[in-house]
Design a protein around this ligand. Sequence first.
Ligand code: ADP
Length: 233
Amino acid sequence: MSILRVEDVVSGYGSMEVLHGVSLGVEEGQIVSLLGPNGSGKTTLLRTVFGILSPWKGKIYFKGEDISGIAAERIARIGMGYVPQEENIFPSLTVQENLEMGAFIREDDWQPRLEEVYELFPDLTDRRKSRAGELSGGMRQMLAIGRALMLNPELLLLDEPSTGLAPRLVDAIFERIVKLKEQGVTVFLVEQNAQALQIPDKAYILEGGEKKAEGGAQELLEDAEIGRLYLGR
Ligand code: ADP
């Protein structure tokens, strides 16, 4: 079953149309990647899915429910998490405080979830009391993901978690994403980096606000023309 369906979505900023009618689906339990060059509209798509932007046209369904135009906070409450590319942590707060902030709309006992997040990211456990602003780039990304996980999302939207990281750290982040999938979280992973084609079950290529290709990750990885045209290879 598709946990997320985007149907013919048109969206943008002010009078500038960025997405010109994009359709795609994310199957429950999978990692699905959205790749494409800088400026192709990937972040705009995530913002539209998560309710930060309203679609001008088209529909978005989450778990079968029409969420088009619904505010982000309500979308978060029904099980979707979003980790933006930037400004995704509070640098002046500690690691622990950042994770606690992630649980702010929970009214139940979130302490057990905190321990699960620390189990997934053991390096964060040692840095519980450090200010987030003092962490390395890789650790900050882990913290940003951990913060979103505090709400136990069924679907997690990740915007280029590998940006600016050394290849070894990119692998470490991707390993954690695979682990999340094993724990039952569905992941929609936006990346510019073709390295991201190593982990998804399925991938889409976006360019100029239009879907240019879709298929199994391996299939796209082996397609020389796609690599040359859209992935800078
Ligand atoms: P990508 O994530 O693929 O790099 P974006 O969705 O960030 O692409 O950007 C798509 C287009 O939208 C670009 O032309 C970009 O300049 C424009 N854009 C992005 N954010 C804004 C914004 N807040 N206001 C106006 N235009 C924006």
